[in-house]
Design a protein around this ligand. Structure first.
Ligand SMILES: Cc1cc2nc3c(=O)[nH]c(=O)nc-3n(C[C@H](O)[C@H](O)[C@H](O)COP(=O)(O)OP(=O)(O)OC[C@H]3O[C@@H](n4cnc5c(N)ncnc54)[C@H](O)[C@@H]3O)c2cc1C
Length: 417
C-alpha cells in the first residue's frame, strides 16, 4: 500500500483517486480550490468516442489565423509575450499534420471506449446517477465544403471501427428533431456517443470518495517538492507537508508550471471555454449536437436543461472573461436553430473554465524518465470528461504495475523532449 498524493481534484485527479483507493492505496487529493467548480462542471457533458480527431489538425492553423481577427470567433489566441506560449504554438503547428491526425485516431478512440465502458460500470453502483444517456451525437453542418469533410469523417469512422456512423441528409436530420427548425444541410450521426450532466458526476464522485474515507485537502496550493534519489519524497503546500511514495500530477491547466517545479517540460496552455445552461429550457431538442461552422456544442441534459458550450481562447488563467465570445456563441446557436432566442446573459450567469491543452491534442499519461515515482495525467484538452474514468484506471494500473488496459505509448509525458 503506497501513500499516493494526487495534485488536482478535477475529473482526472478524482477518477485516479477512485481507482487507487479501490486498489488499497492511501490516497490524498490536494487542490488549491474547494473543487466545487473544476473544469468538468461546466463542460458539455459528452462522453464521446466520436472525437478521434485531435485539436491539432492542418485546417485549424489556417482557420485559426482568420478567426483571430474576429472577437466573436470560436478560436482566439491572446497575443502576449510568453516563452511557454510560443514554445507550445510551435509544437502545435508542427503536430498539425495529416499523418499525426491519422496516428492519433486509434489511441484517442481506445481510451474513449475504455472510459465510456468504465463510466457505465460506475452506474451499477447506486451512489452514481449522473443522467447518463446513450443517444449519440449530431455534427450539423451548413456548407458544401463541410459536407465534403463530413463524407471523409464518416469513411474514417468506419475504417477505425465506428461502423454505425451515418451521414444524414437534410431531410433525415430534420426528421430527428421535429420539435424545432434546424438550418443545416446535413449531419454526421455518431451513434457511439453518450452524454451526462457533469455537475452530478463531479459531486457524486467527490461524495463517494469522501464517504470511503479519502482525504481531500481543499484550498491548499502545492508550492514545492522535496526529493531524494530520483524520488519526490514530500509535497509541500502553504499549510502542510505530505510524505509521498507516489505523486500524480493531475493539475489541469496549471500542470505545466507545477511540472516545471521538478524540472519536467510539459508543453501545455489553458484553453478557456464558456457555457450557458438553460435550467428549464423552453426549446426542445432530442440529440446533443456540434455546430460545425460555429464550433458550438449543444447538450440536452438531465431532464429539461440545455447547455450551450464552446469557444477556445488560448489565454492566461488570470485574464478577465470576454463577453464577446459568449455573444458569438449565442449567435451561432441562432444561426443553426432559428427558433432559439436565447437572451445574452449577464457575466455572472456565464460559466467558464480552462481546458488543459497539450501541444498535439493527445493527453499526457504515464511515468516520467526523470523521476521514479511521478505520474503525469493531464493535457486532455477538449476531452477530459470523456477520458476521465479511463485515465484514472490507467493511472491505477501504472502505479500497481499491473497489465495496462491499452497501449499508452502515444501519451508519453516527455514525448516532446
Ligand atoms: C466549455 C467547455 C466544454 C467542455 N466540454 C467537454 C465535453 O463535453 N466532454 C469532455 O470530455 N470534455 C469537455 N471539456 C473539457 C474538460 O472539461 C476538461 O478537459 C477537463 O475537465 C479537465 O480536467 P482536469 O482534471 O484535467 O483539470 P481541472 O478540472 O482544471 O482540475 C485541475 C485541478 O488542479 C488544481 N491545481 C492546479 N494547480 C494546483 C496546485 N499547485 N496545487 C493544488 N491544486 C492545483 C486546480 O485548482 C484544479 O481544480 C470542456 C471544457 C470546456 C471549457
Amino acid at each position: 500500500m503506497s501513500r499516493v498524493i494526487i495534485i488536482g481534484g478535477g475529473i482526472i485527479g478524482l477518477s485516479s483517486a477512485y481507482y487507487l483507493q479501490k486498489s488499497g492505496h492511501r490516497v490524498t487529493v490536494i487542490d488549491k480550490t474547494d473543487i466545487s467548480n473544476t473544469c468538468g462542471f461546466g463542460s458539455a457533458g459528452y462522453i464521446c468516442p466520436s472525437h478521434f480527431t485531435p485539436m491539432a489538425t492542418p485546417g485549424i492553423v489556417k482557420q485559426g489565423l482568420k478567426w483571430m481577427l474576429n472577437s466573436k470567433s470560436p478560436f482566439y489566441v491572446q497575443p502576449r509575450f510568453s516563452r511557454s506560449l510560443i514554445d507550445w504554438g510551435l509544437k502545435f503547428m508542427r503536430s498539425a499534420t495529416k499523418e499525426n491526425v491519422e496516428h492519433a485516431a486509434m489511441p484517442l478512440l481506445d481510451i474513449a471506449i475504455l472510459s465510456k465502458k468504465l463510466y457505465e460500470e460506475w452506474l451499477l453502483d447506486p451512489e452514481f446517477d449522473f443522467a447518463y444517456e446513450q443517444k449519440g451525437l449530431l455534427e450539423i453542418f451548413q456548407t458544401e465544403a463541410s459536407l465534403e469533410h463530413a463524407k471523409h469523417t464518416v469513411e474514417r469512422a468506419h475504417e477505425i471501427g465506428l461502423t454505425d456512423t451515418q451521414l444524414l441528409s437534410e431531410h433525415a436530420l430534420k426528421a430527428m428533431e421535429p420539435q424545432t427548425r434546424i438550418n443545416g444541410i446535413g449531419a454526421v450521426y455518431f451513434k457511439c456517443d453518450a452524454h451526462i450532466y457533469p455537475p452530478k458526476l463531479m459531486q457524486q464522485l467527490t461524495a463517494h470518495l469522501e464517504k470511503a474515507g479519502m482525504v481531500i485537502r481543499k484550498n491548499e496550493e502545492v508550492i514545492k517538492f522535496e526529493n531524494q534519489n530520483r524520488k519526490i519524497t514530500r509535497v509541500i503546500t502553504g499549510n502542510q507537508a505530505y510524505d509521498a511514495d507516489e505523486v500524480v500530477i493531475a493539475s489541469g491547466s496549471w500542470s505545466r508550471e507545477l511540472a516545471a517545479m521538478i524540472g519536467l517540460k510539459i508543453p501545455l496552455v489553458a484553453g478557456r471555454g464558456y457555457s450557458i445552461t438553460l435550467e428549464d429550457s423552453p426549446y426542445k431538442i432530442n440529440y446533443p449536437s456540434v455546430l460545425i461552422e460555429g464550433r458550438v456544442a449543444l447538450t440536452p441534459m438531465d431532464g429539461n436543461k440545455i447547455r450551450f458550450g464552446g469557444t477556445m481562447e488560448i489565454t492566461s488563467t488570470n485574464t478577465p472573461p470576454r463577453m464577446n465570445r459568449v455573444v458569438g456563441l449565442i449567435e451561432s446557436v441562432k444561426r443553426f436553430y432559428p427558433d432559439f432566442d436565447v437572451p445574452i446573459p449577464t457575466m455572472d450567469k456565464v460559466w467558464y473554465g480552462y481546458r488543459p491543452c497539450s501541444a498535439d491534442g493527445l493527453p499526457y499519461i504515464g511515468r516520467t524518465n526523470k523521476w521514479n515515482n511521478v505520474i503525469v495525467a493531464t493535457g486532455h484538452s477538449m476531452l477530459g470528461l470523456s477520458l476521465g474514468a479511463g485515465t484514472g484506471k490507467l493511472v491505477d494500473e501504472i502505479i500497481n504495475e499491473s497489465p495496462l488496459s491499452m497501449d499508452i505509448d502515444p501519451f508519453k509525458a516527455e514525448r516532446f523532449g
